[in-house]
Write a new protein. Structure first.
Length: 622
C-alpha cells in the first residue's frame, strides 16, 4: 500500500491543498488539464489512508469513461480490501433503487429504458390516444416530459400547470406514458434520478441509512449537474457535511440536458462555510493554446476568474485557416494530417476533428474517404442502439422482466420463419421461447446463455441475409457476445442484469479507442473530457460557432454557453490547434456565406498564424 507521504508528494501545492481538505464542504475549481481526476482520486486514497472505511466514500461522475478511469486510478493507489462507491449518478442511483425498488412500486428487476425505448413508448402512447404524430412531434413531447421530470414535476403537477392546447396534450401523453412505465416495471433515464429523490423524501429511514453510510460525498464535473443531481448530492451529504465538488464553470456545455452552471455559484450560498480552491497549473497544453483559450473565455461574465499556466513551454502558433468551401476545409484537414504524420511521426489517432453540428461531418468524411485515411465518427448509431443488438437484448429483457411490453413487442416482430419452434401461432411460439429462456437464464453462464438464445431463435439466419450489411450485423451480434464475457464470472441472473444495465446506460464516447490508428471525428459536445496532440475545429463561422440559435435567441446565456463550447474544444489540444472557417458552405442544401466566428475576433494576433484561402501551403513548423 502507498503511504500518505507518497500520495501527497506527487501533487503540486494547490492539488495537495485540495486533497488534504478533508472536513466540511469543499469546492475545487479545476481548469482543463489541471489534474482534476488525479486530485479527486488522490483525495479518496488520502481519506482511506487517514482511516476512513472505503465503503463510507461515494464518488459521483457523469460519464462511464470518467468512472472507469477513477476506479482504475484508485485501485492503483490502494490495496485495501474495501472499495468506495464509484459510478455515474445514474449507475449509483440504479444500484440504490435495485435494493429498494418495492418502496417506489417496482421490483428489483425493473427495466431501464434508454432514450430510444422512451421515444418508442411515447409513440405507442400517442397511438393509443389517437394523437397524430405528423402534427405533433413525439421527440419534442418526449423532451418536454424529460424536462418536466428534471424539474421534479410529476404528471399531476404538469397537468395543473398546463394552460394551452399543446401543453394539455403533452399532459395526457405524460400521464399515460408514466402509467405504462409502471405497468411494465420500467424506469426511463430521468426516473432513475427522480425516483431516487422520491425514495429519499418519502422514506426518511432509507435516506438516513445512506446519509450514515456516505460520510464523504465527492462530485466530479460539478458544473454539469442539473437540479435533480445537485439535490441528490446535497441530500446524501446533509448529515456529515462533507460534500466535495470539483469542476469548472467555464466547461459547462450541457444546458440542453438540464445542466445548470449556476450550481457552482450556488454552492457557496448553500454551504457558506465552504473552502474554495482553484487549480490553475495545466499539464496538457502549451502556453499559447492556454492564452488563446483565456482570450476566448474571458469575454464571459458568468464565471470565476482563473488564469491557466503551464511549464510545457510556449509552443507553436495557433493556425487560423480560411477556406473557400466545406470541401476545401476537409481537404486541408486531410493534407495537414498527412503531412504531420509524415514529418512529425504522429499517428492518426493523435488527431481529432471537431465541429458544432453533425451535419458538418459529411464533407470532412468525404475527404477522408477520397484520400484513403481511416476514421471513426463518434455520435453515430451507438453499438447498443443498433437494431440487431436491441433485437437480441429484447429476449434477454423479457427473462428478467416479463412485464416489459416494449421488449416483447420487439421480440415478436422477428419474422416467424426465423423462429425455429413453430408449435402454434407466432405469439404462442414467442411465449414458449421466452419461458424456456427464462429458465435457462438462471443456470447458464451469460455467454453460454446468449449463444443458446441465438441458436433457438435462428438469430444468425435472421441477421445474415447474404449481403455485406448482413455480415456487419452479425459482427455486431458477435460483438455483444464479446461484451458478455466480462460478466462470465458472475452469477447468471446478476450477470444478465449487469449487461442490460450497461446497455441502457451506455454513452457515445464509450466507443472511443485511442489504441486504434484512425482519426476520430466528433461534435464539440462529445469531446468533453478527452485530449489529443492535434485538434482541428471546423466551421468557426457565425451561425455555426456560435450556433444560429444562440445568435438569434433571446437568452444571453446561450452565447456564453457557445463560448464555453469553443473553449472546451480549444483546451482539448496538447500541442497544435487549427481553427478553420469557410467563405461559403452548403448547409441542408442551401449555400450560405457567413462571416468568421466572433470568437476569432478575441484572439491575440501575436499568437496566431493566419492563412488566407488563396495560399495553398502552410508555413513550415518548428
Amino acid at each position: 500500500m502507498i503511504d500518505v507521504m507518497d500520495i501527497l508528494t506527487d501533487l503540486n501545492p494547490k492539488q495537495r491543498e485540495a486533497v488534504e481538505a478533508i472536513s466540511g464542504p469543499v469546492l475545487v475549481v479545476a481548469g482543463p488539464g489541471s489534474g482534476k481526476t488525479k486530485t479527486l482520486t488522490h483525495r479518496i486514497a488520502h481519506l482511506v489512508q487517514k482511516g476512513v472505511d472505503p465503503t463510507n466514500i461515494l464518488a459521483l461522475t457523469f460519464t462511464n469513461k470518467a468512472a472507469d478511469e477513477i476506479k482504475l486510478r484508485v485501485s492503483r493507489l490502494l490495496t485495501h480490501s474495501g472499495r468506495p462507491w464509484l459510478g455515474t449518478f445514474h449507475s449509483v442511483c440504479a444500484r440504490i433503487l435495485r435494493s429498494t425498488a418495492r418502496y417506489i412500486g417496482h421490483t428489483p428487476d425493473f427495466t431501464i429504458y434508454d432514450e430510444d425505448d422512451s421515444l418508442d413508448l411515447v409513440k405507442s402512447v400517442m397511438r393509443k390516444l389517437s394523437i397524430e404524430q405528423k402534427q405533433w412531434s413525439p421527440a419534442k413531447i418526449r423532451a418536454i416530459i424529460s424536462s418536466a421530470k428534471n424539474e421534479l414535476q410529476n404528471p399531476e403537477d404538469y397537468e395543473i400547470a398546463a394552460t394551452d392546447h399543446f401543453s394539455k396534450l403533452v399532459s395526457k401523453v405524460y400521464a399515460l406514458y408514466q402509467k405504462q412505465l409502471t405497468d411494465q416495471n420500467a424506469l426511463d433515464f430521468d426516473d432513475i434520478l427522480t425516483k431516487t429523490i422520491q425514495l429519499f423524501e418519502q422514506n426518511p429511514r432509507i435516506l438516513e441509512h445512506y446519509q450514515t453510510q456516505f460520510k464523504y460525498v465527492l462530485v466530479d464535473e460539478f458544473q454539469d449537474t442539473n437540479a435533480v443531481q445537485y439535490k441528490i448530492a446535497n441530500l446524501l451529504a446533509q448529515k456529515h457535511g462533507n460534500l466535495y465538488c470539483i469542476g469548472d464553470l467555464d466547461q459547462s456545455i450541457y444546458s440542453f440536458r438540464g445542466a445548470d452552471y449556476r450550481n457552482i455559484l450556488y454552492f457557496e450560498k448553500d454551504w457558506p462555510t465552504a473552502k474554495v480552491i482553484t487549480l490553475e497549473q495545466n499539464y496538457r497544453s502549451t502556453q499559447n493554446i492556454l492564452d488563446v483559450a483565456h482570450a476566448i473565455i474571458s469575454q464571459n461574465s458568468n464565471r470565476k476568474e482563473k488564469r491557466l499556466w503551464t511549464e510545457n513551454g510556449k509552443g507553436e502558433d495557433i493556425v487560423v485557416k480560411e477556406v473557400e468551401t466545406e470541401r476545401d476545409e476537409g481537404d486541408f484537414i486531410v493534407s495537414e494530417l498527412e503531412r504531420l504524420v509524415r514529418e512529425k511521426h504522429l499517428r492518426l489517432c493523435d488527431f481529432v476533428v471537431l465541429y458544432r453540428t453533425n451535419a458538418q461531418s459529411r464533407a470532412i468524411e468525404e475527404s477522408f474517404l477520397r484520400n484513403g485515411f481511416p476514421y471513426k465518427i463518434i455520435g453515430g448509431i451507438r453499438f447498443f442502439q443498433r437494431k440487431e443488438v436491441k433485437d437480441l437484448l429484447s429476449w434477454l429483457k423479457i427473462c428478467l422482466n416479463p412485464n416489459d411490453a416494449l421488449a416483447l413487442e420487439r421480440a415478436s416482430a422477428m419474422p416467424a420463419r426465423f423462429l425455429q419452434q413453430k408449435l402454434g401461432s407466432k405469439i404462442e411460439t414467442v411465449m414458449l421461447l421466452t419461458n424456456d429462456f427464462s429458465q435457462k437464464s438462471k443456470t447458464l453462464k451469460l455467454p453460454e446463455f446468449l449463444e443458446y438464445v441465438i441458436e433457438h431463435t435462428g438469430f444468425e439466419q435472421y441477421v445474415r441475409d447474404g449481403t455485406e450489411k448482413g455480415d456487419e450485423r452479425w459482427d455486431n451480434v458477435r460483438g455483444l457476445l464479446s461484451v458478455s464475457l466480462k460478466y462470465e464470472s458472475e452469477e447468471p441472473e446478476v450477470a444478465l442484469r449487469s449487461l442490460l444495465q450497461e446497455a441502457a446506460l451506455a454513452q457515445e464516447t464509450d466507443t472511443i479507442a485511442y489504441e486504434k490508428d484512425l482519426t476520430n471525428l466528433m461534435t464539440l459536445h462529445s469531446v468533453k473530457g478527452l485530449e489529443f496532440p492535434v485538434v482541428f475545429i471546423a466551421g468557426c463561422e457565425q451561425g455555426l460557432l456560435p450556433h444560429s440559435r444562440a445568435l438569434f435567441g433571446a437568452n444571453f446565456d446561450d452565447i456564453e454557453e457557445e463560448r464555453r463550447l469553443c473553449y472546451v474544444g480549444v483546451t482539448r489540444a496538447k500541442q497544435k490547434l487549427y481553427l478553420l472557417f469557410a467563405r461559403q458552405r452548403t448547409i441542408f442544401g442551401k449555400i450560405q456565406s457567413n462571416p468568421p466566428s466572433q470568437f476569432l475576433q478575441n484572439l491575440p494576433e501575436h499568437l496566431i498564424t493566419f492563412i488566407p484561402a488563396e495560399e495553398e501551403t502552410i508555413i513550415e513548423l518548428d
